[in-house]
Design a protein around this ligand. Structure first.
Ligand SMILES: NC(=O)c1ccc[n+]([C@@H]2O[C@H](COP(=O)([O-])OP(=O)(O)OC[C@H]3O[C@@H](n4cnc5c(N)ncnc54)[C@H](O)[C@@H]3O)[C@@H](O)[C@H]2O)c1
Ligand SMILES: O=C(O)C(=O)C[C@]1(C(=O)O)C=C[C@@H](O)C=C1
Length: 363
């Protein structure tokens, strides 16, 4: 056990996942949970993510660690209300998606025992129902200590985060906010704008009903929690606007090539960006750092997945992930099977091919 008692304020997707990860791995002796939403609190309690549902200020009394996991706009009020009740030496951390304003507010209110944190993993689902004890496995978890931050407090948070399976990276709150503006907040801004633009077209409803991968993949995140994203945009306003300028520049260049019907320029932009996108590290988060995948085509027969799993099991090949990609009732479907090593992928491919099962490597 790393910590005797902890309070999580906000037991939604991230706070709930942290609670599950900490209690399942027995990292914390006793976890109290606080939430304005009774349903999330009840679910967190029933799932064992927290041991006790509590309210402020009782929840933080005697706690060695307090984790703020509500939208970033609540930080100041929450810290103000708990400050007089914090145990001397208690460590306070948060999981907020923006850091500079949060860290400034926290340091001004409670001083050097606040450690800013931000797991670079999540989902578009809000609330405890999406919580997952493995959410942090292999995910980057950014910590943003400042010159003021107490070293022991930083070490406590670092050890806890690592024990949840995450990979800690430290940076300044300023650098954090610019980077996350570019790779998280700007994409959200774009996804929301794309949904709004298409919804506002006369063909909007019909077009969206027909949407395949393009619209779905680029707009998944637009389904995210409105209060959470309102707070992120407002607290990282300057950096989001700064990165938006770059996006506008890139869009203007593409638009101008299209207007001029400049095929060469279009080809150059498309080739350059395609090459950059392909170089993104594969699966930087998830249960395994890299997954070696096969896509298997199977007939629609009861027990077909059990059959594949049995074959692999008999050959001593472990399945790391399995997913039904597409299925047509009565005909068949495609199944994605992930393996932890290229050797297992090769052996599975040989096994399937020897039995006449159609499969290919997913690249
Ligand atoms: N969703 C993501 O992908 C993601 C990823 C990393 C970090 N974050 C950050 O984590 C934090 C939580 O986000 P989430 O995705 O878990 O959202 P969520 O909506 O799933 O959970 C937030 C919880 O906080 C509760 N809450 C709101 N105001 C409160 C208050 N004043 N007191 C107590 N509880 C309160 C809500 O009822 C909810 O249960 C946010 O700061 C967000 O920026 C989110
Ligand atoms: O939806 C996801 O897959 C996410 O990981 C969400 C995401 C992101 O933009 O990457 C969103 C906000 C967080 O602060 C961190 C993660």
């Amino acid at each position: 056990m790393l910590i005797k008692s902890c309070a999580i304020i906000g037991v939604g997707l991230i706070g709930g996942s942290l609670g599950l990860a900490m209690s399942e791995r027995q990292l914390v002796g006793h976890i109290r949970g606080v939430d304005v939403n009774r349903e999330n609190l009840d679910m967190a309690l029933a799932a064992g993510a927290i041991h006790q549902a509590a309210a402020l200020p009782d929840a933080v009394t005697g706690a060695e660690l307090v984790i703020l996991a509500a939208p970033v706009g609540t930080t100041q009020e929450l810290l103000k209300s708990m400050k007089p009740f914090l145990k001397p030496g208690a460590v306070i951390t948060d999981v907020g998606s923006t850091k500079k304003s949060v860290v400034q507010q926290a340091e001004a209110l409670i001083g050097d025992r606040f450690v800013g944190g931000h797991p670079m993993t999540g989902a578009e689902t809000a609330g405890f129902s999406g919580a997952d004890p493995f959410l942090f496995e292999n995910a980057f978890y950014l910590l943003t200590p400042t010159a003021q931050t107490n070293n022991d407090a930083l070490e406590t948070v670092r050890r806890l985060v690592q024990a949840t399976g995450a990979v800690v990276m430290e940076m300044t709150p300023e650098e954090h906010d610019l980077i996350t503006a570019a790779i998280s907040h700007l994409p959200h801004f774009m996804a929301v704008s794309l949904v709004a633009a298409v919804a506002g077209m006369s063909i909007g409803d019909k077009a969206m009903a027909l949407a395949a991968g393009g619209f779905r993949d680029t707009t998944r995140i637009a389904a995210g929690s409105p209060p959470m994203w309102r707070d992120i945009f407002l607290s990282n306003r300057r950096q989001v606007l700064q990165t938006l300028e770059h996006l506008r520049g890139a869009m203007d260049e593409l638009e101008s090539a299209l207007r001029r019907q400049d095929a060469e320029k279009l080809m150059q932009i498309l080739s350059e960006t395609s090459a950059i996108r392909k170089k993104l590290p594969v699966k930087p988060k998830g249960y395994l750092p890299y997954i070696y995948e096969l896509v298997v085509t199977v007939p629609d027969r009861p027990g077909v997945i059990a059959g594949l799993a049995g074959m692999l099991g008999e050959a001593g090949i472990n399945i790391a992930e399995i997913e039904i990609l597409r299925a047509r009732e009565g005909y068949g479907g495609t199944i994605r099977i992930g393996f932890a090593t290229p050797d297992e992928q090769d052996r599975a491919m040989e096994l399937f091919q020897a039995r006449g099962i159609k499969c290919r490597r997913k690249v």
